[in-house]
Ligand binder design. Structure first.
Ligand SMILES: Cc1cc2nc3c(=O)[nH]c(=O)nc-3n(C[C@H](O)[C@H](O)[C@H](O)COP(=O)(O)O)c2cc1C
Length: 359
């Protein structure tokens, strides 16, 4: 840790048109609390506002589902394409803005990580008709074999991202994030592990990037230049966790180069553990990302106290915390005071999916 990074965490950062009050954000966290109306429970909304009140400069929403046919992968996921849904989120955004924090909405399509019973159209679609090896941990049964997406499906899914981005912008979000991580649909296209398409959307890295590029370009058209467009990426997926989705440093960095060539405002890299060596390179994912782009970089994974936050910022501009900000309402203040803090487990974070209101 250098003197420089010690001073960085609580300094402002310019992100697009915005100035962040510090370098700390609440990572996107699905809560599965929405009812038939696609609107999260009030205590889930209150939680987000409170995290802004308690110091986070960025507050991400949970992953918001992008279409009615095939996007939803978990029960109780929220949507933002109807006026009541837009109005509900607008109130939360006002609360976040009052604290001079940014509100960012994450857009999600599950792809082959599907649970068709919770989906209005009961469909499972993916780049190729290949299932994850691992069972769905929530249903304890195998994931359904997805249909390989047709060109019609591809365009329909892109339209869903666009409609959702429009809803987000109408509600007043400062930006949207395209979920290209964790082995969900866009990540499935990026990775040769799940993409075996013989057409222009499969094969080479630029071909596998094509779907992400089309989503980005279509969404950018409805996200004004003074709002943010962010892309989240990871080398790991929720199913078949041990698989390295990009396989090699070259593969990953070529993807990042392509991504950085698009009109986006930041890249968010999600890891299990931010400091971990990536691809035997002796460098971590953030370092490998910064080697090929100077775009603003968010890093997430295993940041739980002042030391880890400072270390993570050595190779990134913003740190996102998931479990720590989920379970400790005073985390930002505790980090500022350099308190000794626990590293929470995934089991402890499971409370996020229960009706129990979080502090
Ligand atoms: C309850 C819970 C829900 C999550 N939901 C999402 C999500 O909707 N979208 C996403 O990109 N990541 C999601 N994540 C992953 C987090 O954003 C983050 O990457 C992960 O928790 C690692 O960060 P941490 O070590 O600080 O917890 C979720 C994590 C938790 C604990």
């Amino acid at each position: 840790m250098t003197a420089n990074t010690e001073n960085t965490l609580f300094t402002p950062f310019t992100l697009g048109n915005f100035t962040l009050k510090n370098r700390i954000g609440v990572a996107p966290m699905t809560r599965m609390s929405a009812g038939e109306n696609g609107i999260p429970r009030q205590d889930v909304f209150d939680f987000l506002t409170r995290r802004a009140q308690n110091g986070a400069a960025i507050v991400y929403t949970e992953a918001i589902v992008t279409d009615y046919e095939s996007a939803q992968g978990y029960p109780g996921q929220a949507r933002i394409t109807t006026q009541p849904q837009i109005d509900a989120w607008a109130t939360v955004i006002k609360g976040i803005h009052k604290e001079n924090s940014l509100a960012i909405l994450q857009m999600f399509h599950c792809g082959r990580m599907a649970w068709p019973e919770v989906n209005p159209a009961h469909r499972a679609i993916a780049p190729s008709a290949i299932t994850p090896v691992q069972d769905n941990p929530l249903t304890q049964s195998p994931y359904p074999t997805p249909e390989a997406m047709s060109l019609f499906d591809i365009n329909h899914v892109i339209a869903g991202f666009v409609e959702t981005a429009k809803g987000a912008i109408t509600a007043g979000f400062d930006g949207v994030e395209i979920h290209g991580a964790h082995g969900y649909l866009i990540s499935q296209f990026l990775s040769a592990y799940s993409n075996r398409r013989p057409d222009d959307y499969g094969g080479s890295v630029p071909n596998r990037f094509r779907f992400a590029r089309e989503v980005i370009r279509s969404v950018r058209k409805v996200v004004p230049e003074d709002r943010l467009l962010i892309f989240r990426i990871s080398d790991w997926g929720i199913a078949d966790m041990e698989v390295s989705l990009f396989e090699s440093r070259e593969n990953y960095q070529e993807t990042i180069r392509l991504l950085a060539g698009e009109d986006i405002d930041a890249i968010s890299v999600s890891t299990y553990e931010f400091g971990q060596d990536a691809y035997g390179s002796g460098k971590n994912m953030a370092q490998l990302t910064q080697e090929v782009t100077s775009l603003p970089l968010m890093i997430c994974g295993g940041i739980f106290d002042r030391t880890t936050a400072d270390q993570a910022l050595e190779h990134a501009d913003i740190v996102l915390a998931g479990k720590s900000l989920l379970l400790n309402p005073h985390w930002v203040e505790d980090v500022k005071e350099n308190k000794t803090l626990p590293r929470y487990s995934s089991e402890e974070a499971g409370i996020a999916y229960t009706p129990e209101p979080l502090a």
